[in-house]
Design a binder for this molecule. Sequence first.
Ligand code: KG4
Ligand code: ZN
Length: 359
Amino acid sequence: MGPGVCRDNAYIFGMNILGIETSCDETAVAVVTDGAPPAIRANLVQSQLAEHAPYGGVVPEIAARAHLDHLDALIREALAAARIGFDALDGVAAAAGPGLIGGLIVGTMTAKGIAWARKIPFVAVNHLEAHALTARLTDAVAFPYLLLLVSGGHSQLLVCAGVGKYHLLGTTLDDAAGEAFDKSAKLLGLPQPGGPSIAQAATNGNPRRFPLPRPLRGREGCDFSFSGLKTAIRERVVAAAPADAQTIADLAAAIELAICDALVDRTAKALRWFRDRYPQGTAFVAAGGVAANARLRARLAALAGDAGLGFVAPPPALCTDNGAMIAWAGIERLRLGLADPLDAPVRPRWPLDPKAKAR
Ligand code: KG4
Ligand code: ZN
């Protein structure tokens, strides 16, 4: 046990929390120690890319089995990297949703087993909340802040008003931004995940050679849409076939720019609204895998500057799925006494703002 530890769900300063992430196709485990500042003592990610590659996308059943195969060893490695044993853990947090149900069951059952055996608290973490709170782990951002959460499954603009207090301003009407990157990469014959490979291919490309639409640009509200863009991308790629290296670079540059433009347009609206409604707002934060994109980060930083807000985006390895964000969300909840019972369910769907209209 860490210093000042109290195991009946009261605030534990200096607690060591194990974080387990298995909601999609990364098996990830971390150890984070609470403190000022908190310390990431181990943060390991084992990707399943090779297992899914022959199928051109994530196969839920394969993902669940791969999590089961890798998780125990990864937990042992993470504890070894953190130089602690199970006896030094003060709590264990696992992603309990949203995500693929098989993987969520593997992660939460493992976490519950450890919690039961060690008699330490278990926290069922919302994966989206973990992305949302990562900027507080890395940069101690205070509430309330505006968040752009862009990942493989979600594209949302939210006000983060407190732990468990999220107000949805906009979401995608169809595909997520990361999905647009991933599907585009597939069309171009580039490897998964699509975001990094499109970004890399775009480096030598001319984004103006292939014009693409900017869905919902200038429209009311802060929602996103990427399905029309996806169709336009498919048409351009088919028309350009067989594409040489320069054509692939030009297409990649056009795709990256179109997705970034769409995100920037909607975010600019949200920032104006946030400045008016939350004069005490502390920052504009970007999170989720797509927030690892360097060109997007530069544009978002400029937007925040124009709105007079600081811009915070966690380092790229903490934007994409990882165990540290789960451990940190566990710490945030345990600080408030919010442990979960060992019969807490997994939730394949789990919106951050349950009051928002389901879309
Ligand atoms: O947050 P994340 O790791 O997993 C989910 O919760 O979905 O996000 C994964 C998504 C993928 O669609 C991937 O292509 C995208 O994030 N991504 C990127 C970059 N790195 C990862 N997109 C654009 N640029 C990147 N550098
Ligand atoms: Zn994620």
